[in-house]
Design a protein around this ligand. Sequence first.
Ligand code: GCO
Ligand code: MN
Ligand code: MN
Length: 391
Amino acid sequence: MAKKKQDPYTPSPADHFTFGLWTVGNVGRDPFGEPTRPALSPAETVDLLGKAGGVYGVNFHDNDLVPIDATTAESERIKKDFRAALRRNKIKVPMATTNLFGDPVFKDGAFTSNDADIRAYALQKTMRAMELGAEFGAKVYVMWGGREGAETDAAKDPVLAVKRSRDALNFLCKFNIERKFGYRFALEAKPNEPRGHIYNAVTGSYLAFIATLDHPEMVGVNPEFAHEQMAGLNFVHQVAAALEAGKLFHIDLNDQEPGRYDQDFRFASVNYKAAFFLVKLLVDYKYKGMKHFDSHAYRTSDHKDVIEFARGSMRNYKILEAKVRKFNNDRQIQSLLRTIDRQSSNLPGGYSSRAAKALLATEFDRRKLAARPLPYEKLDQRVGEILMGVV
Ligand code: GCO
Ligand code: MN
Ligand code: MN
């Protein structure tokens, strides 16, 4: 009997799809309303991901796993249950991070707080969270400065904020080396929310900042679709800049309508075309890191529908991967791309006085060059037809 053909969009751990305890465990609270779903324990959240199927990993903030006020005994019990759930569902912990935004102590930021004791506490909390992540084998450490910002620039010196962020990171990199955790830090930008303004608002700011650190090789970025979209940027271009710099250590996939609050929608549920070009970028440049769905189900969903949300996130990625293959193998598209990519012996490979002289002496027919065709309408229409499923 013929074997039942497996659905080609079924995810597997080899896809490196990950979720957060805080994403699938999101209870549906918003600024206007109370939770709509009962809270799950960390172990129950892992079981839910096990039910979704094909998930590689689950990530956490320190307090997603161990509540901020937990006793040692409580903490040990939670960790034991969580470890057992990871084992029975064959799910790993590739990334860890610190909650430096939830507790009122961080209401004016953590590493950039005006209060030196709060800055010290933020460092200590991060060191402990690094220890916790390491216990579960995490190798990427995300830093998202949710409260590192201001509503009024009267309150904080934004230059000092950059310096304080640098001091904190330099300290934590040295701690990472001394304790041999082997973490790679991934910095996550966001322009606003929960603060009126957040420092290092976009991924590009972090790329510039990393070069000023004591250990730039240990630090990269974790761009998030929704965050760059909130800043009105082209996410694909931000990720491309990170990739080209060798700094794409992690990625947060979700979706977002432009000009709205931080929606954290299911990946590729809003902007199919941008999501397609993103997947194409990751496929073409062989991104090997984790693909983390930093999103949550609609507030209207129950737990059964949260599983559908998790499956849908992974499925959308797999569907877009298939579309990328289609794009890369499409004869019409490939022949269009070949005509567009014009080579020339006039363009010097690198600088030499001879090359400079030769180029200065070259005659170009500007009008002729301008008249060369660029059939981008045709090209884009073909991409659209692939995406809409008619070819
Ligand atoms: C957000 C952020 C967070 C971070 C997470 C990791 O939704 O504003 O993306 O979800 O990614 O806290 O530190
Ligand atoms: Mn977000
Ligand atoms: Mn994120």
